[in-house]
Each structure stands twice: as structure tokens, then as C-alpha cells.
Design a protein around this ligand. Sequence first.
Ligand code: ZN
Length: 342
Amino acid sequence: MKIRQLLIALLLLTCLPQFAGAGAEDKMPIVATTTQAADLMQVLTADVDGILLTPLMGPGVDPHLYQPTESDIVAMNQAQMVIYSGLHLEGQFDAVFKALSEQGIATYALSAPVKDAGFIIGGFDLSDALLDVDDPHFWFDPRNWQLTAQDLADRLSEFDPPNAEAYQANAAAYIEQLDLLYAWADAGMRSIEEGQRYLVTSHDAFQYFGAAFGWRMRAIQGLSTEDEAGVGDIQATVDFVIANDIPVLFVESSIPPDTVEAVMEALRAQGRSARIGLRELFGDAMGESDSFGGTYIGMLAQNALTIMQSYRCMGLEVDILEWPADLEPKPPDELWNVDCDA
Ligand SMILES: [Zn+2]
């Protein structure tokens, strides 16, 4: 233990300059692991001075597999609070979170209020047998994300009472935005005939998304990308696609497309055809920080839009509602106007 502490102390000494920018010493350092966690922190701390937010994972990063780097460990050791998704989404961080708690650093799991409310769904493997695991992808139901936003605002208010009013006001405004987002996505996603509402993706990230909007999900890989897909998983997905006459399969931005391509190839070999979605879906990571998909609202809306447009391009009837006037950010034109033959 002494050697470990010495190592941490050395790390602190060697890495300190990169954190000690102008005024940084007066700021409260907070670390957010995933892109969703960092976005929610940005929303809740808008107009609040004195927070130094360090996000760890970038766009396109798979949180199941991401290994904390030395500088991540240093940032977490220096933080007053570490905000993470939880339910073992950050599969390589379990020991780190435990060590941080032991050192008295506040850790906060965004999934905690959703689990407390009983809205965490069980994990299903490809044979739909219930496994004894919680599905970590809770944020894909915007109603869950509302619970998380309020709870994190409460936690920040306790942690930093002088800014409590700002955190609460930011949370209240954001929860209203999420109401608009949910209503917009729900109307469009449910406009597709019920028997056609199947979503086939690379890994099992979308059960909550399906539960939110009345769709059934099928993934080639299980809940975590740590479990590799085998030949049996590919064939089971092919059988499912054929049995349900599913026209489109989707690739996720944080996962290599190999397994979806293997399913496509097997379908072609059996004389069947399906198309890949017009765009990749954001699974466990959001888009580039300066893009529409780099916000939670944009990420969820772009996923819904990609699914609706892809199905419409396959000749299905889909009613995509106009974007709500008060909902920000607004989707760029190139997302609305798609060329089905491109
Ligand atoms: Zn995942």
C-alpha cells in the first residue's frame, strides 16, 4: 500500500503542471468518465464559475473496454468528485472506483437514482434468457435521464451550496427540454407499424431505447462488448432478421462494423437482402463535442432520426414530426434532408 501511495504521490508531482492553469487552484475539480456524464455536467453547471471539469472518454470510445490511463488516475485522485455512469458500464474501472472511495473521494453513479426508482431492466442474452445482471445503458430512455439530471443537481447542490440555485434552475430547464425531446421522438418512432418496430444493432445497448419508444431490440453481441460475438450469434441474428423480415441493420459508432457486416454477408449467402442504416447509431459514446450528436439531446434525436429515415428509405410509412421550436440544439439541415440512394 505504501508503494502504491508513493506512486500516486509521484504521479501527482509529475503531472501537476497540466492541471495548474491560471486560477485552476481556486476551482473545484470534477471528473466525468463518459461523454454522457460530461455533457450532463456541462448542462447543470452552465453559468456556474469555479468548476474544473475533466472528461475522460472521447467520442467513439467504448466505455466497456476503455482502460483508465495514468493521467486519468491522476485527475481522479485530484478530483473532489468523480461522476460515472455505473452498473459496470466502465468495466475496467471497478478497482479504481473502489480505491477512490477508500481515499474519501466522492464518487457518484448516474445510474443510482434510476436503479433506486426501479427503472433498471435486467440483462438479456441472445437467447432472451434472463441473466443476473443489470443493463447499464439506462440513459437511452430520456425519462431515466430526467431522474439522473435532477439527482445530480441535488448532489451538486449539497456539495456546493452557494451555487445550489443555479444547479436546480439548470436541471428544471433541462428536464423540460427532455420532455420535448421524448414527445418528439416517441411520436415518430411509434408512427412505424408495430410489427415492423425491430432494431438490430451491434451490441445490446438499446433495450431502454426500445422500452421508451415501443420497439423490440436484437443485438449481435451481449450487454458488454467484452463478450465477443461467435458464429452462433451471427447465425441467430440472421435467423431473426429473416423470421421478422427486418429491412435495415445498424452499426454503432463505438464498435467496429465487423459483426454487422458478417450478418449482411450471411444474409446475402442465403439470398436475402437488408441494408445498413443511413448513418451509424450512437451506442455507448456520443459524437464529436462540437457536433449535434455531441450533446445528449442531439445524440438521442439523431439516433431516432437515423432509424426513422432508414426505415422510410425502405418504403415504410414513417411520420417524422417537425422539430420542436423550443428544443435545443436544432438538427442541422444535412440530417433532415437525406438521399435514400446515397
Ligand atoms: Zn454498451
